[in-house]
Design a protein around this ligand. Structure first.
Ligand SMILES: [Zn+2]
Ligand SMILES: [Zn+2]
Ligand SMILES: [Zn+2]
Length: 467
């Protein structure tokens, strides 16, 4: 039985990130992978057209992992990597690049032409990568008994290997140092392809015995030991290196230019052809149906940005705001529950359909709320809980919360309810409590006190957070 599902390109990219890039933690590395996943999808769409779909969900295409339930923290970040790179692809001289990647290159990436002669590209050359040195995949050892190697040669590769194995060595290496062919003496003498050997060992002894072709072979008595570097073919982006670069603050584009020299990131918006409206600080991506509310949205955002000065100086020069045609699309794209009006992360704001917010008369309030989140979130010091951020946002936007605020809960329960509310009612209760606590603080010290506690909490503030 085969299940075929239809997803938009953005959701496909998110799903591929869940399948192929869940080990990556740093935003810039995830965004680099999002650009590769999108480039690959556009380059190869229709490769299964004979079977009635574009892509399978396995390694043959790209591993696609659908969302499980609502987004957890990690899923959220993977979605935002897809969203923040929306429409961006990797190109070489105006054509989509071949976006290869592997888990760890072991210090030197592989030139595509070395292993796949028909896929040689000027940007898929071997580059030195000092960044993946600390990866657990960078160095490995594998010892194999001579008898099992001989058996594999005989059974899987059909080689006449009647005698004992007396020699196993790299006969030829490619320009990256990876083994191309191996010299084998077991009775007779033979030269075999290194990839073929690696796959044969994997097939009969289990996956991942020999992690890459970047190795040296040593014999000790009846044992042959492979000492190697890296995991995978090593062509294109090295995930371990990209992660390390991102942690050091290297940008997404620098990461991609390192592994694909000579390419460029191009915003193509192929298949994601929603219009974009821009104002001085905001870029609003919206489906055509939401057009009537676009002007008001941008004006409200610009105005609130001004009113929040000087604190809004912490915001990036340009912020991305996105909205969808239906609540269902909003849920699918953001992973937020349907009763959330909007959400924000990093430098992006996601909104329910503008038409819906306008009808409920909460459009301006939601815009102010989410924009204030971006500011407060960026200023929030370590140790300051999420409930305090939420309370500050509600206080600063002057929102009223219609829910009882006199229920006693622990701060831990409040923090949980704010981070992951189980229902709309629970969220409103948590909001009311957060607002009440923050208002009490503001009553004594004014708004200045809020900003001080948010950015430079003292020991007694940290204690108060726990009370
Ligand atoms: Zn496939
Ligand atoms: Zn590497
Ligand atoms: Zn909020």
């Amino acid at each position: 039985m085969q299940i075929v599902t239809r997803v938009d390109l953005g959701s496909y990219v998110s799903g591929v990130l869940r399948g192929e890039a869940s080990v990556l933690q740093a935003g810039a590395a995830r965004q680099a992978m999002a650009i590769l996943a999108r480039t690959w999808a556009l380059r190869w769409s229709g490769r299964h057209s004979g079977q009635g779909f574009d892509f399978c969900s396995l390694t043959h295409c790209q591993v696609f992992a659908p969302r499980q339930g609502t987004a957890d923290e990690a899923g959220d970040d993977l979605d935002s990597a897809a969203r923040l790179t929306r429409g961006q692809v990797l190109q070489f001289h105006g054509a989509l690049a071949d976006p290869y990647f592997s888990a760890c290159c072991g210090g030197m990436t592989e030139a595509a032409g070395n292993i796949w002669p028909d896929r040689s590209q000027p940007y898929l050359i071997s580059v030195r990568d000092p960044y993946c040195a600390a990866s657990p995949h960078n160095s490995w050892n594998k010892s194999l008994p001579a008898e099992s190697v001989r058996q594999v040669l005989q059974d899987v590769l059909n080689l006449p290997a009647g005698g004992t194995l007396t020699e196993l060595s790299v006969a030829k290496r490619d320009s990256s140092g990876r083994a191309l062919t191996l010299h084998i003496v077991a009775g007779g003498s033979r030269t075999i392809d290194a990839n073929q050997f690696r796959y044969a060992i994997d097939r009969s002894l289990g996956w991942g015995q020999i992690q890459s072709n970047l190795y040296v072979i040593q014999r000790e008595g009846d044992t042959w030991t492979f000492s190697g570097h890296g995991l995978g073919h090593g062509v294109g982006l090295c995930q371990a290196g990209a992660e390390q670069m991102a942690r050091l603050g290297v940008s997404t584009s620098k990461i991609l230019m390192t592994y694909f020299p000579g390419t460029e990131i191009v915003s193509s918006f192929v298949d994601e052809d929603d219009p974009i409206a821009a104002s001085e600080h905001f870029e609003l991506i919206y489906p055509a149906s939401q057009e009537p509310w676009v002007k008001q949205t941008l004006e409200t955002l610009e105005q609130w940005q001004k009113e929040m000065a000087p604190h809004s100086a912490v915001l990036p020069g340009r912020m991305r705001v996105e909205t969808w045609a239906t609540t269902e699309e909003f849920i699918r794209a953001t992973g937020q529950p349907g009763w959330m009006a909007g959400s924000s992360d990093g430098s992006a704001i996601a909104l329910q359909p503008l038409a819906l917010l306008s009808r409920k008369e909460i459009l301006n309030q939601t815009l102010r709320h989410e924009l204030t989140h971006l500011i407060v979130h960026r200023l929030r010091a370590k140790g300051v809980p999420r409930w305090f951020e939420e309370g500050c946002v509600l206080y600063l936007t002057g929102e009223r919360v219609d829910a009882p605020s006199n229920l006693r809960t622990t701060t831990a329960a409040l923090e949980a309810a704010i981070t992951r509310p189980g229902s709309e009612a629970q969220m409103h209760e948590a909001y009311a409590q957060a607002l009440k606590r923050v208002s009490q603080l503001a009553q004594n010290g004014g708004e200045t006190a809020l900003w001080r506690v948010l950015t430079h909490p003292g020991a007694d503030d940290l204690q108060w957070f726990e009370k």
